[in-house]
Design a protein around this ligand. Structure first.
Ligand code: HEC
Length: 158
């Protein structure tokens, strides 16, 4: 026996409802995919950004080293020059001069830069090795500010 007309109608409605549900499902699915694509693209863009411009903190320059250890009262270079440094201090300053020796100063002859940084490295190495009593004196001469600034810094030692 056929179902009463009312029931058949309900059946059709239910079918339509399920079809709509499926479309909504698909839309949701597409939405999720779109969101995932956006997230992935964002991630890639962020990574590309990182590659293109390193964060300022990662960008070590002669200037950033000078500002970090040659500026404030009681800064690393002054502790070493005043014979008030620890062994760690001496090693750190040695590493810094090794690092700036590989960089290009804004001004001046590359040979002069190599000489100046090389002298500072030799003197600091001597201090670290505790080979001579005159090492601090030698470091003081080799890290003399104005000579190097006049040769290699824009505006000299102002
Ligand atoms: C071996 C060479 C050398 C020696 C030694 C040296 N400097 Fe420098 N310094 C430089 C150069 C080159 C710059 C410029 C870096 C730049 O602008 O890119 C600089 C820049 C600086 C700056 C940053 C200034 C600014 O804001 O632009 C300070 C501060 C500084 N030096 C302090 C000192 C002091 C204090 C001493 C001595 C205790 C000293 N430096 C010894 C080479 C040297």
């Amino acid at each position: 026996m056929d179902a009463p007309i009312r029931d058949r109608k309900v059946g059709v409605e239910a079918h339509r409802y399920r079809a709509v549900e499926r479309i909504v499902d698909m839309r949701n699915g597409a939405g999720v995919v779109a969101i995932l694509v956006l997230i992935a693209a964002g991630g890639v863009a962020a990574q590309q950004d990182k590659k293109k411009k390193p964060t300022p903190a990662a960008q070590v320059t002669i200037k950033s080293i000078m500002l970090g250890s040659h500026k404030e009262k009681g800064a690393l270079v002054f502790r070493v020059r005043d014979a008030e440094s620890t062994e760690e201090d001496n090693k750190k300053l040695l590493e810094e001069y090794k690092l700036i020796s590989t960089m290009k100063p804004p001004l001046g002859d590359p040979k002069s830069w190599a000489n100046r940084t090389g002298n500072a490295i030799a003197a600091l190495q001597e201090l670290v090795n505790k080979k001579s009593d005159g090492a601090v004196e030698r470091v003081r001469g080799a890290t003399e500010c104005s000579g190097c600034h006049n040769a290699h810094r824009v505006g000299g030692n102002k």
